[in-house]
Design a protein around this ligand. Structure first.
Ligand SMILES: NC(=O)c1ccc[n+]([C@@H]2O[C@H](COP(=O)([O-])OP(=O)(O)OC[C@H]3O[C@@H](n4cnc5c(N)ncnc54)[C@H](O)[C@@H]3O)[C@@H](O)[C@H]2O)c1
Length: 276
């Protein structure tokens, strides 16, 4: 077990709703590894979720913010800098929501107001976060910013709807801003493309259970859990990955490089033995 990888590091973790949340797992692991951080989520999520219990367990505090509102974001970054008496070292963007997915509206009959909301909440909020952080110079040199994404940005997966477009956009923002922030401030920006994971956001996707089963069969290492994703985030916040930036990093047990596996083929031809 590696210890104190994040000792002395300060950060902000956006998006912990309940203990299934990827951000929740990241907060627990970051705390274990010696980090101090501020937690943030939308006001409604703070009311209905369990984030205050997490804050207590991690000796943290919660600063509410609608991540689409730059004024709210400025308050979170300023609160973190004030609390720690200086700049921070890491930021996690673990935020996603599509009203079209929530209401079961199909992609070819999409509601455009909802589509705007999907893109604003799930992708533009990342740009807003980075722009606010840069304007108030809130992140130390060699700091690290990570956002969560999904392989639907590159491949079409039934039911993922307009979230696929949001993920394509957030990955592009990581590259475009990664160049500017890296060049000027030596700050790295990456996205982690995570396996389907049974969280509140994940399980809202139509047919999600079948998707989890399919990717489990297709991935040589099996699906990555939220806790494993959190471990990967910790390495990206640590000083061990200082020259990794502008990357979309697949954390999916190998799924993104597969076309067909023996385990999946067995689903179609029961006489086929997976060990052949
Ligand atoms: N679960 C999966 O299968 C999966 C796979 C790949 C990537 N991801 C991504 O991981 C990230 C975290 O999702 P999760 O699976 O942990 O689910 P989750 O539901 O626990 O987290 C989503 C979070 O987004 C927050 N949020 C929504 N609207 C917001 C707003 N306007 N302002 C601030 N916060 C807002 C929610 O309150 C919630 O805490 C998302 O970007 C998601 O797309 C999830």
């Amino acid at each position: 077990m590696v210890c104190n990888l994040l000792e002395g590091k300060k950060g902000i973790i956006f998006g912990a709703l309940n203990e299934k949340s990827i951000a929740w797992q990241v907060a627990e692991k970051a705390y274990e590894q010696g980090a101090e951080f501020v937690l943030s989520n939308a006001p409604a999520a703070i009311r209905f979720g369990d984030i205050n219990a997490l804050a207590e367990a991690c000796d943290s505090e919660v600063v509410p913010a609608d991540a689409t509102d730059t004024g709210d974001l400025e308050k979170v970054f300023t609160a973190a800098v004030d609390k720690f008496g200086g700049k921070i070292d890491f930021v996690l963007h673990s935020i996603g929501m599509s009203p079209n997915v929530r209401k079961g509206i199909p992609y070819d009959n999409i509601n455009y107001d909802f589509y705007h909301k999907t893109l604003d909440i799930s992708a533009l909020s990342f740009h807003k976060m980075l722009q606010v952080a840069r304007q108030i110079d809130a992140i130390n040199e060699w700091g690290s910013v990570v956002a969560l994404t999904y392989v639907a940005a590159q491949r079409t997966l039934y039911g993922y709807n307009d979230m696929a477009d949001a993920k394509a956009l957030i990955e592009s923002i990581a590259r475009s801003f990664g160049y500017i922030y890296g060049r000027d401030k030596k700050i790295r920006i990456n996205t982690i493309s995570q396996s389907p994971t049974m969280t509140t956001a994940g399980s809202g996707v139509k047919g999600f259970g079948s998707l989890v089963d399919f990717t489990e069969r297709m991935s040589p290492l099996g699906n990555a859990t939220a806790a494993e994703c959190a471990d990967y985030c910790i390495t990206l916040f640590s000083d061990l990955t200082r020259k990794v930036t502008m990357q979309n990093l697949f954390h999916d047990g190998g799924f993104s490089s597969m076309g067909m596996s023996a385990e999946a083929m067995h689903q179609y031809d029961k006489s086929f033995k997976p060990c052949d």
